[in-house]
Design a protein around this ligand. Structure first.
Ligand SMILES: [Zn+2]
Length: 291
């Protein structure tokens, strides 16, 4: 079986093709949502999908919230007017076949729990921290979607009471402090990559910004661990490229705050699939829905 996955990200549209459960092809093209908006982006996705020839299923991961009919509700990290765009219908019309849509945090969780750092564990909590922060919970080997597929919106966990307003309507959300752009802002740097470079050179503001973000992510993880007690936690996304500068404080924060959780039995690990996880998860999702 050839299962195609697409991952619509703020920077790139990625493709992964699975054959018999193994990744046999990968591609990426720039999203360029600032050029042509949703119409042009959906056309680029369809062209990319067409480039691999015949497949048995198609799944697509999207960076935001959808309604039941596959219509975009909120895609905060893409340019253009996405709210109300019938994403699934447009992709299905362009490709002439069913397309299963999945939130990118869920796609990450499905990929890492099936083929990555969570494989073999029945209950896995997955968090992906990039520009935005999302995730998913796998319980008893199955992705937990929740009502209206809204489970796993980890970035909108309140970590600062009466904090700044978030696009979701809440204030003090984790994403506002621990997303890659927020970390850059806190360190007074132009990008997250610059923060990591400066931190490795010992710059205190950069080290502090990464550690602060790690601590806040750790508090949010600790809250879920206390409640769910999964056997493994997988942390991934661009911000984990800072390595121990961020993951060290994250672990320390979990140890400090999740006192009642059985921490000796909960493995806290970093993701294995890197930036391919979303496309691989989308391919797995498409395969599940087509079965
Ligand atoms: Zn929020």
């Amino acid at each position: 079986m050839r299962n195609l996955g697409l991952d619509l990200g703020g920077t790139n549209i990625k493709l992964a093709l699975l054959d018999g459960g193994e990744v046999v092809e990968e591609q990426a093209v720039p999203t360029l949502s600032e050029h042509g908006g949703p119409d042009a982006v959906l056309r680029r996705m369809a062209e990319l999908a067409d480039s691999v020839g015949g497949v048995d299923s198609v799944g697509a991961a999207v960076p935001g919230l959808l309604d039941d009919g596959g219509v975009a509700v909120l895609f905060p990290n893409l340019h253009g007017a996405w709210a109300g765009v019938p994403v699934r219908a447009r992709l299905e019309a362009a490709l002439g076949r069913p397309v299963a849509l999945i939130n990118d945090g869920h796609a990450f969780a499905l990929a890492e729990s099936t083929l990555g750092a969570g494989r073999g564990a029945p209950d896995v909590m997955c968090i992906v921290c990039g520009t935005g922060i999302g995730g998913g919970l796998v319980l008893g080997g199955r992705l937990h979607l929740g009502v209206a597929d809204r489970a796993g919106e980890f970035g909108h966990h309140t970590v600062v009471l009466d904090g700044p307003r978030c696009e979701c309507g809440n204030s003090g959300c984790l994403e506002l402090f621990a997303g890659s752009r927020a970390i850059a802002r806190a360190a007074g740097a132009e990008s997250f990559d610059v923060v990591v470079r400066r931190a490795r050179d010992g710059d205190p503001a950069a080290v502090g910004a990464l550690a602060g973000a790690g601590r806040l992510i750790g508090i949010a993880v600790a809250n879920v661990l206390i409640f769910v007690a999964p056997c493994r936690v997988v942390v991934g996304g661009g911000v984990t490229e800072a390595g121990e500068l961020l993951v060290g404080p994250l672990r320390a924060s979990i140890a400090e705050h999740a006192c009642v959780a059985p921490l000796d039995d909960i493995g806290i690990v970093t993701a294995e699939l890197g930036p391919r996880a979303g496309a691989i998860g989308a391919a797995l999702w498409g395969a599940q829905k087509a079965a």
